[in-house]
Design a protein around this ligand. Structure first.
Ligand code: AMP
Length: 400
């Protein structure tokens, strides 16, 4: 899917309209207050655009996992206070997302004001993609804007069914995701490399298979690399091994060879006898790992190789740490990937990070998300996008 395939907020006649916006305000709360407003700030562009058109905006979101029941700890009420601060206009909070409470709040709001409806997931109908529920939400607007990328891989009432009742379009956050993820997968500047790490082959096998059809270079690191090295006949000591994925790893290697994709695996490793920080660690001299040791990070020769190969590329997609970055002793490899991406971004390379744990690497390495071209906000959604799966919330925005 490309940016040109979907209807955009800029395509709609929005002047003085009542607009519903699906946002992702699933923010951390602490002592009844928003602890980190990043996700609210991220919606500023879309909301200010609509305010500039004189719209009345009804915001809908989920928060946490209340599992279809009213749970005060998952109330969006503290979020309303923060939205008012950030957007600088009156925000009316409705204690329910449908019914008399919602009707009242929406009726009170004037053009140029915002209503935030209570957590959608207090109603089981939201996650059931219930049509009647979606219709009740839809009556609060004339146009629907989707701007919650993190939920578009789910067919819920606020991502899918609601689009049957209202003309629908993508907000600016969704557009940026589709521009970068879709751009990289469908029309990348080449050479195009993907760096895939993380613990398990099983979690990433679909990503690997889809990327093999797209990339010129595939870099594999992290715990999952050991199943590949084992499949290629290396000694891996007590490193992570998924016995039932050895054949699939072999198939990935064969596919890379058949497609002319340069497949890079670690050349050396940082190893220890236990899965623990600050214990004696060794650096291997080559790909084999001695008996009784486990690989916990890529070694210095691998860092050099990965940096050298990535420096030749024009587009780089990264998902998953190449070592146990949570422990200081094994964070060097993942930090090196983050640093090389930040450096290459400055040189004009398109760098895209998709998936939660790589964002945590950036944070730990004190590299801002703005240092790469695009840091995807939707963990599961960006993974499914890269796996080539259909995302119901985006399909709903396709031009007819
Ligand atoms: P994922 O969520 O699939 O991206 O996996 C991230 C997790 O993989 C992190 O918690 C890392 O600690 C873990 N990981 C990375 N490298 C290794 C390794 N060599 N051995 C064990 N776990 C690893």
């Amino acid at each position: 899917m490309n940016l040109n395939d979907i209807v955009k907020i800029q395509d709609m006649d929005l002047n003085n309209k009542n607009v519903i916006v699906r946002v992702d305000y699933n923010v951390p709360l602490k002592d009844g207050k928003v602890d980190n407003p990043k996700r609210i700030i991220a919606t500023e562009k879309t909301i200010k655009y609509l305010l500039g058109k004189g719209c009345r905006i009804v915001l809908i979101s989920h928060l946490g996992r209340p599992k279809g029941k009213v749970s005060p700890e998952f109330s969006l009420s503290p979020v309303a206070v923060e939205v008012e601060k950030i957007m600088g206009v009156k925000v009316h909070f409705a204690k329910d997302c449908i019914g008399p409470e919602a009707d009242k709040a929406v009726d009170l709001a004037k053009k140029g004001e915002i209503v935030l409806l209570e957590n959608l997931r207090f109603h089981p109908e939201e996650e059931a993609n219930d049509k009647n529920f979606a219709q009740k939400l839809a009556k609060y607007g004339e146009i629907f804007i989707q701007d919650a990328f993190g939920t578009v891989h789910r067919a819920h009432a606020s991502t899918s069914a609601i689009t049957q009742f209202l003309p629908s379009a993508a907000g600016f956050l969704i557009q940026k995701e589709v521009e970068f993820l879709g751009g990289a997968l469908n029309d990348p500047k080449r050479p195009f490399a993907a760096v895939i790490g993380g613990a398990k082959v099983s979690d990433k096998i679909m990503v690997l298979n889809n990327l093999l059809d797209k990339v010129n270079v595939l870099v594999i690191g992290g715990g999952m690399a050991y199943t590949f090295l084992y499949a290629l006949g290396r000694h891996i000591g007590t490193s992570l091994l998924e016995d039932d994925k050895i054949e699939e790893a072999k198939a990935v290697v064969a596919k890379a060879l058949a497609k002319g994709v340069k497949l890079l695996l670690p050349l050396d490793h940082i190893c220890a006898k236990e899965f623990a920080d600050n214990i004696p660690a060794i650096t291997t001299d080559g790909q084999d790992i001695p008996e009784g040791y486990m690989g916990l990070d890529i070694g210095p020769e691998t860092i050099k190789l990965f940096e050298r190969e990535l420096s030749k590329c024009k587009t780089i997609f990264w998902n998953g740490p190449v070592g146990v970055f949570e422990m200081t002793s094994y964070s060097k490899g993942s930090f090196a990937i983050a640093e090389v991406l930040a450096k290459l971004t400055k040189e004009g390379v398109i760098t895209i990070i998709g998936g939660g744990d790589s964002l945590n690497v950036l944070k730990k390495a004190k590299i801002s998300n703005g240092s790469v071209s695009h840091a995807s906000t939707g963990g599961g959604a960006s993974m499914e996008f890269v796996e080539g799966k259909e995302l119901p919330g985006l399909t709903a925005l396709l031009k007819k």
